[in-house]
Design a protein around this ligand. Structure first.
Ligand code: FE
Length: 354
């Protein structure tokens, strides 16, 4: 993230040059009356270098529509779209986590997407119930364990990690991060507030250390013997296994993946996804790009390169993800992750999850 933020001024300068030639500035005419443009502006918080760019290039080759990218964190992009107001060139807001998409929706920054193709390609629980955003890739928040110290038979559910036998053995990142907020928000939707708070308390009690670093760092800490089980997103382990860094591969090979709650409520899943910005100057092109990203061809490359799961059920996961086996996800509409975010953050603070 730091690096992306540092690069921002350069990206913005070149982007504003690109934008100088785009669209009409006639505020009096409705958006729909504007001439059709040949570009689309994507404000994206996705941070997997090179992967998304290759897909955008394919889209441009097919449609002739140029894709201009602005990268920053989700918070920065939301703030930027707000500040730019009606003059914003943003067409698509693309980010990880349904909780972040909910925030953009609540801030009034998105418009309903009308697309039969997207409704057909993406299951309803991975789309906003008011059609303000769609999920484009999926990830599971799984248990990653040390193969030499933990037998998969010892693992079962997220809840079981609060048992005394796991004291000092659990690794998970800080509660500032939306992935944990969304995990708890999902728990609230499934189990209610009281049980979810007890669970969060139990996890804090069993932590191997005060939370530090990202998901990838939890995997590395398991490999290094600091703890025995990490709660983390699948693609981080996938990206470690396919990394060019031999040390990362070595660490990841010591680890196993376990999908919890398979005979109960299912494994927690989340998406990265996108919405069309309310003031989008190129809204029709924005919908075209989203439709392309949900198509089988794009879904395959898109999900494969970042080791995420496709959201389109017509597309199979990558060979690596298939090796980990299929799993039952939590059965909730991901809008709940946003709706319950505030309460989740309160609970995480109340139980002292740093
Ligand atoms: Fe991530």
């Amino acid at each position: 993230m730091k690096r992306i933020t540092a690069l921002l001024p350069t990206i913005l300068v070149s982007a504003s040059l690109l934008f100088a030639g785009c669209g009409s500035a006639d505020n009096a005419s409705p958006k729909s009356a504007q001439p059709e443009t040949k570009e689309v502006n994507v404000y994206t918080a996705r941070h997997y270098p090179g992967i998304d760019d290759a897909i955008y290039k394919t889209f441009t080759d097919k449609t002739g529509i140029k894709v201009n990218i602005i990268k920053a964190s989700s918070e920065e992009l939301i703030q930027r779209i707000k500040t730019e107001g009606a003059a914003s060139k943003a067409d698509i807001f693309f980010t990880a986590d349904a909780g972040n998409l909910y925030m953009a929706k609540e801030a009034g920054l998105l418009q309903p997407i009308k697309s039969a193709a997207l409704e057909k390609a993406i299951p309803a629980n991975y789309r906003d119930k008011d059609n303000m955003w769609v999920g484009l890739t999926m990830r599971a928040r799984v248990l990653v364990y040390a193969k030499d110290r933990v037998k998969p038979e010892e693992l079962s559910t997220y809840e079981a990690l609060t048992e005394p036998k796991w004291k000092g053995r659990i690794l998970v990142r800080s509660s500032n991060n939306i992935y944990n907020q969304s995990m708890l928000a999902a728990a609230i939707a499934i189990h209610g507030e009281e049980k979810s708070k007890e669970w969060a308390q139990g996890i804090v009690a069993n932590m191997a250390r005060k939370p530090e670093g990202g998901d990838r760092d939890q995997a590395k800490a398991v490999a290094a013997g600091i703890g025995d089980v990490a709660i983390m997103n699948t693609y981080y382990l996938g990206q470690m296994l396919t990394s060019k860094d031999a040390e990362e591969v070595k660490a990841a090979q010591k680890l196993g993946v376990f999908f919890p709650n398979q005979s109960t409520t299912g494994t927690h899943v989340n998406i990265s996804g996108a919405g069309v910005v309310k003031t989008a100057p190129n809204a029709a092109n924005a919908v075209k790009l989203l439709e392309y990203l949900a198509e089988a061809e794009a879904q395959r490359i898109f999900a494969e390169a970042s080791v995420e799961y496709p959201v389109n059920p017509a597309v199979e996961p990558s060979a690596l993800l298939k090796q980990w086996g299929s799993f039952k996800p939590q059965d909730i509409n991901l809008s709940k992750l946003g709706e319950n975010n505030r309460r989740a953050v309160q609970i995480l603070n109340e139980v002292g999850w740093k």
